[in-house]
Design a protein around this ligand. Structure first.
Ligand SMILES: Cc1cc2nc3c(=O)[nH]c(=O)nc-3n(C[C@H](O)[C@H](O)[C@H](O)COP(=O)(O)O)c2cc1C
Length: 381
């Protein structure tokens, strides 16, 4: 078999990074201790290797000081990060002499520094080191392992996310549908027991649904009343459209004039896919349009290759707000597509002013359209 080299004609590094980014993973911090001090690095290339004997493997770049320290120490700890630990993943992904600053650390069985807040800890003794490309694959015999209750942090296409069980997601979708169909009055209290009873599900699944609905901005947690249905009004709409506008303006500042050809082509094809779902002043298929519209704007944000920005964009309730407003009527305006075409053209032509003006125009149009829809429905949805 022909050896795989860094300059194989089939793949450039950018294509490989993009494709392999579709493999989701958990996120860990691999830590170790040597006489020179504590070391740690964010690593997703960590996996269980064998059950008997219990073994793990970790693939660490040879140029990283942490990798060299693991080699010297002959031991390492895998700290599995939990939901909400993005800050730890980011802190340990940048080389610095104060990586552990502000991080609660305990001593593990092998004397490894283990992160006190991690979801799980697995301490290993290195039994073998194998070289693979730029990395050393450390094979470790597990000496101690502990796990806490909680959900993991996940990593997919350059952004952090959270894990969810498919069964819980189905319950969330049902609960969301009930809200979007306005089965509850605005500002009404949504009881956990009542929701669980009506959906015929466990309370834990109903609780998960309420947590997601809160993150979507459909429900809010009132300290006195519990979960309350958030009324949809112009303020909610304005805030929701202003937030992606600010992110997109920032991204345009960062990237315009420097976007590689294939990424421009990707943005253009996302635009075309979306534009095809709007004919004249009507949606061909609202749900598909919604997904395509979201994919277009997410594509624009991801041009920055900044996981934190892409994740922040993902957390905005854009789809929910669009469903609660534009989804109420099949009628829309071709002006939206026109503004998005100008965004695409501006980015393609390296014309930041034109792209920025088009982002402002799109935001203004979206806010105006929601006002019109609200006026037709008595001011609240
Ligand atoms: C989500 C994520 C996963 C990563 N996974 C790995 C990995 O598996 N192996 C690796 O060598 N570097 C990985 N890195 C990069 C290292 O964390 C980064 O190079 C770090 O600065 C190395 O620390 P050091 O240079 O102080 O040793 C990852 C970074 C991120 C953000």
């Amino acid at each position: 078999m022909a050896p795989i080299t860094a300059d194989s004609p089939e793949f450039d590094a950018g294509t490989f990074r993009h494709v392999v980014g579709h493999l989701p993973s958990g996120v860990t911090v691999v830590t170790t201790r040597t006489p020179d001090g504590e070391f740690g690095m964010t690593a997703s290339s960590v996996t269980s290797l064998s059950l008997t004997p219990p073994m793990m493997l970790a693939c660490l770049n040879r140029s990283s000081p942490t990798s060299r320290a693991v080699s010297r120490a002959g031991a390492f700890a895998v700290n599995v990060l939990g939901e909400g630990h993005e800050h730890l993943a980011q802190q340990f992904a940048v080389h610095s002499d104060s990586k552990f600053a502000g991080v609660a650390v305990l001593d593990g069985t092998l004397g490894m520094p283990v992160l006190a807040d991690a979801l799980a800890h697995i301490e290993c003794e290195v039994v073998e080191e194998v070289t693979g490309g730029t990395h050393t694959v450390f094979l470790g015999r597990v000496v101690d392992a502990k796990a806490e209750e909680g959900s993991p942090l996940t990593y997919f296409r350059g952004g952090f996310g959270r894990f969810e069980f498919a069964r819980d997601d189905a319950v969330y979708q049902q609960a969301r549908q009930r809200l979007l169909e306005r089965m509850y009055a605005a500002d009404a209290v949504l009881q956990l027991d009542d929701l669980a009873y009506r959906l015929r599900v466990e309370k834990s699944a109903a609780f998960y649904a309420l947590t997601r609905l809160t993150a979507d901005g459909l429900v809010r947690r009132d300290p006195d009343r519990g979960y309350v249905i958030v009324p949809f009004d112009t303020r909610t709409s304005d805030e929701t459209f202003d937030a992606p506008c600010a992110i997109e303006l920032g991204v345009i500042d960062m990237v315009v004039g420097r976007v590689p050809h294939e990424e421009l082509a990707n943005l253009r094809s996302r635009f075309e896919a979306m534009a095809a779902l709007l004919v004249g002043d009507r949606f061909v298929d609202f749900d598909r349009y919604l997904d395509a519209n979201y994919a277009f704007h997410e594509g624009l944000v991801s041009l920055a290759h900044n996981g934190a920005l892409t994740a922040a964009f993902g957390r905005l309730s854009i789809k929910t707000v669009m469903t609660r407003s534009f989804g109420v009527t099949p009628v829309t305006s071709e002006e939206f597509v026109d503004a998005q075409r100008q965004i695409t053209n501006g980015v393609e032509q390296g014309d930041g002013d034109a792209a920025r003006a088009a982002v402002y125009r799109y935001t203004r149009l979206a806010k105006q359209r929601v006002r019109q829809i609200l006026a037709q429905t008595g001011g609240r949805l």
